[in-house]
Ligand binder design. Structure first.
Ligand code: XLS
Ligand code: NI
Ligand code: NI
Length: 419
């Protein structure tokens, strides 16, 4: 039972035919909420995330789990997302690293059984360690590729064990800094091979959820292969991965790619591949992944409009977000989650109201009315260039298309949002 008072989020409240909690499976990101402590390029930690234990130890790994579950219970958050590295510190040998992961996942599983809180998705961190300087699947070193595959295998096992709905590939360093030393086709094929092997193993051990790719155009590498939704979908189709994979769209990655968050959601949904969302926001004045807690009701409304139209997510809303460096107290952390959960709840309410209002949907539908019959219907059925030329010769020059009425529609959006 949530011990926090929300202004808009009410898990049981029915909106657009479903309880809010079903539209909004919120998740805590282990790495931000329980690890990131404020270090940036210019200074160290401002927050204390030791949780009373010495960092880098298994005692600390358990203390993080305790703190994470307490926070999720308080907020009524039912899911969390993790990298293998977030759960337990890496040892010098793989066997010992895996033993630590077994130990901590047993501990987390116990907590999960008591609370009902499960993994939304898991992933392997294949970007922090020096061995991944040239990527994982895209590494020039076959040994590093093999080492990455071993991590994916273990992270998949953990995801299944912890009840994860999905498994994410965020291609951390799957990119390049200069084409003078890079065989892009070779690297792309190898990334696909790693993913194919992951699908084969996942299905073998009973993982029935979706695999996700989380597109991001740059950072840490200058150019990343999973640039945006459209690029990623092409890759998945090219290598026959599109039946097992969907996309995990992150708001801040969309803006880094020069798109809006909504654009990326729409592209993914148009292909039936909108799977999950990393709910954060960037700052349009800053060119990097600032991972801020989202507060824009406009953005949340646009997001939820796309999500409702897509029929919901198979994944959820992972707050891949961290407090600003000067907001370093435990209370700030709780406020950040509450504020962003309310933002999405309000976005859901407003998006449902826009759909219920119906004026915008009706306008967009009618905007294409010229295709309902006559020459438009013939075009939709696949008219030839000869037929269309003959039509135009007989008909004369077309009239201007009908007005797009953008300002009128924006006025409707404001009216529905603010009355
Ligand atoms: C980094 C990514 C990362 C993924 C998980 O920019 O957002 O946090 O979500 O590896
Ligand atoms: Ni992310
Ligand atoms: Ni990110």
């Amino acid at each position: 039972m949530a011990g926090v008072k929300f202004r808009y989020y009410d898990p049981q409240k029915i909106v657009a035919g479903k309880p809010m909690r079903e539209w909004l499976p919120f998740a805590l990101a282990w790495w931000h909420a329980l690890a990131a402590a404020g270090t940036d390029m210019f200074g160290g930690d401002t927050a204390d995330k030791s949780f009373g234990a010495e960092t880098g130890t298994m005692a600390h790994a358990r203390a993080k789990a305790d703190a994470g579950f307490a926070l999720m219970e308080k907020l009524g958050i039912e899911y969390y997302c993790f990298h293998d590295r977030d759960l337990a510190p890496e040892a010098s040998e793989l066997a010992e690293t895996n033993a630590r992961l077994d130990e901590i996942s047993d501990y987390i599983l116990e907590k999960s059984k008591k609370t009902g809180i499960k993994a939304l998705w898991g992933t392997a961190n294949m970007f922090s360690h020096a061995r991944y300087m040239n990527g994982a699947g895209s590494s020039n070193s076959a040994d590093v590729f093999a080492r990455a595959a071993a991590s994916v295998k273990k992270a998949l096992e953990l995801t299944v064990k912890l009840g994860g709905r999905g498994y994410v590939f965020w291609g951390g360093r799957e990119g390049y800094d200069t084409l003078w030393n890079t065989n892009t086709r070779f690297e792309t094929e190898n990334i696909a091979l790693l993913m194919k092997a992951a699908v084969a193993y996942g299905r073998k051990i009973g993982f029935t959820g979706d695999f996700y790719i989380e597109p991001k155009p740059k950072e840490p590498t200058k150019h990343q292969y999973d640039f945006d939704a459209a690029t990623t979908i092409l890759f998945l189709k090219q290598y026959g991965l599109d039946k097992d994979f969907k996309l995990n769209i992150e708001a801040n990655h969309a803006t880094l790619a020069g798109h809006t968050f909504r654009h990326e959601l729409r592209v993914a949904a148009d292909h039936g591949m909108l799977g999950s969302i990393d709910a954060n926001t960037g700052d349009t004045l800053l060119g990097w992944d600032t991972d801020e807690f989202p507060y824009s009701v406009y953005d949340a409304t646009e997001c939820m409009y796309e999500v409702i139209k897509a029929g919901g997510l198979t994944g959820g809303f992972n707050f891949d977000a961290k407090n600003r460096r000067p907001s370093y107290t435990p209370e700030d952390r709780e406020t950040a989650f509450r504020m962003s959960m309310d933002t999405f709840a309000l976005g859901l309410i407003k998006a449902a109201a826009l759909i219920e209002d119906g004026r915008i949907d009706a306008f967009t539908r009618d905007r294409y009315a010229s295709y309902n019959d006559g020459i438009g219907a013939k075009i939709r059925a696949g008219a030839t260039l000869e037929e269309l030329e003959a039509y135009t010769l007989a008909q004369g020059e077309p009239q201007l298309p009908s007005s797009g009425k953008q300002e009128e529609l924006l006025d409707i959006v404001n009216e529905v949002l603010f009355g």
